[in-house]
Design a protein around this ligand. Structure first.
Ligand SMILES: [Zn+2]
Length: 474
């Protein structure tokens, strides 16, 4: 039931014998100069449309027979990665299947690499639709790769986003712990990476007590996926992703409206796999490791309880205050395991707290780092990736809130600034001296939906982190 997850549309062509429709992508600063150089008849046609090359504005120029010949499309300055998704969907909606199948689209305006890349990423993401459970009748128009496009980079970006969205969108009855691990295995296989899985009771004998305990109430066994790829001589980057395939909250059961979309609680794992996909597709000079603690937080007689005191891989004890704060538990064992190898950079993704959404909203993932330079660098670079992430402090003053009365640590603080307290909880499992660490508390979901980013599973910080890693090591 997971074969659809790695099946991607390809709305691009290298060459084509089909009739071509020209696309002129232009921003509003360049437009006045451009229009002055055009024939009078074209000038008046464009004027009659009120076209000024505002971002996402479209004007179709027709030939004498009335057939579409050239499409003018307004792009933002600086370019925005999703703009051409609007154009893609306009073409899909406006023209018949026959017309789309017998034509191909060609950007005839010339662009620098970053703009050409954005034009293609928007086009590619415009083609995304989750249609495994409801048939989609739409036909995808095909775009000739524009000059100066970094096709490898663009394809890697688009496919990483498709993969992430397909993973999050697949319903929880079809994406259990085995299925999520299977997709991870398939991704590893695609790039000839090594993939090991520790599953069920083995988690106890191999000392991952928290991953085991969070997942033990579900008949779908908890597991830890461990992917390794790259050459030993390159710097080690480890990415950890929270993979709770469904989060009922456990015995601290979530109310209905908060449980509704909890299929997305494996969004951290989807982000980790998305980043890994792009890194491996680009063959970046790093030694990559991906750790996915995977479990279903279910309700049963053998479920873990509020009040339980659990051992951890690190050796400290944690008292459970709330079984719905399970993400930090499975991450704690995985982060401890990651640090045993002393990676140069350790990143974890998790749909971790509601507090991060209260503080920064749905679209702005909250991130934390034990390295002050990373706080500035990532905030800045994420804006350039059109995938902004916002830094929050690992505020020392709140750390003591996590101390237990009868255990070393508790899985809940005061409930104020819960995203900071959750990050501080995770920090207790990080070895600072050797490892730069980034924790990203993200939503993995688009609430409203827009062209190129439909309602449902969405990347929130995945592209920013992939670019950050590329720029740090390339
Ligand atoms: Zn939870």
């Amino acid at each position: 039931m997971t074969k659809h997850i790695l099946k991607f549309p390809n709305p691009f062509a290298k060459s084509s014998k089909k009739d071509k429709i020209a696309i002129i992508a232009i921003d509003k600063n360049d437009f006045p100069k451009w229009i002055k150089k055009q024939k009078d008849s074209l000038q008046s046609q464009v004027k009659s449309y009120g076209f000024e090359a505002k971002a996402k504005q479209i004007a179709v120029i027709h030939d004498k027979s009335g057939a579409p010949e050239t499409i003018l499309f307004g792009i933002a300055q600086p370019s925005y990665y999703l703009d051409t998704a609007t154009l893609f969907q306009y073409i899909q909606k406006t023209y018949s299947t026959e017309f789309i199948n017998s034509h191909c689209f060609e950007v005839v305006s010339s662009h620098e690499e970053d703009v050409a890349n954005d034009i293609c990423i928007g086009w590619g993401l415009g083609a995304y639709i989750f249609d495994n459970y409801k048939k989609n009748e739409k036909t995808n128009p095909s775009l000739l790769w524009p000059k100066n496009t970094n096709t490898k980079e663009v394809t890697a970006t688009i496919e990483a986003v498709y993969l992430l969205r397909n993973l999050v969108n697949t319903p929880p009855n079809d994406l259990g712990t085995d299925e999520l691990a299977d997709v991870a295995k398939d991704v590893a296989k695609k790039f000839k990476a090594d993939c090991k899985i520790i599953k069920g009771d083995k988690l106890l004998s191999k000392n991952f007590p928290l991953i085991y305990t969070v997942g033990k109430a579900s008949p779908r066994e908890p597991q830890l996926v461990d992917i390794k790829w790259g050459k030993k001589k390159h710097p080690k980057v480890t990415i950890v992703g929270k993979g709770i395939v469904y989060d009922t909250g456990g015995l601290n059961l979530k109310p209905g409206q908060f449980m509704r979309d909890m299929k997305k609680d494996m969004g951290g794992a989807a982000h980790a796999l998305g980043v890994a996909y792009k890194i491996m597709a680009l063959n970046l000079p790093i030694q990559l490791r991906v750790l996915l603690p995977i479990a279903e937080n279910a309700v049963a007689g053998n479920a873990y309880r509020p009040g339980d005191i659990l051992p951890t891989r690190k050796g400290i004890t944690v008292e459970i205050c709330d079984t719905d704060a399970e993400g930090r538990l499975v991450l704690a064992d995985a982060l401890t395991y990651a640090c045993e190898e002393k990676p140069d950079l350790l990143i974890d993704f998790a749909t971790l707290t509601g507090a991060a959404r209260v503080a920064a909203g749905y679209d702005l993932p909250a991130f934390f780092s034990n390295d002050d330079n990373i706080l500035d660098d990532l905030r800045h670079s994420s804006k350039g990736s059109d995938d902004p992430c916002w830094p929050f402090p690992l505020w020392e003053g709140y750390d003591a809130n996590l101390n237990g009365d009868v255990s070393n640590i508790r899985n809940e603080g005061t409930g104020r600034a819960g995203h900071i307290e959750a990050a501080l909880f995770l920090q207790r499992f990080i070895t600072k001296e050797e490892t730069d660490w980034i924790h990203l508390d993200c939503f993995a979901w688009e609430q409203n939906g827009k062209a190129g980013r439909p309602k449902g599973g969405a990347d929130t910080g995945m592209r920013a982190i992939a670019d950050f890693i590329r720029d740090r090591y390339q």
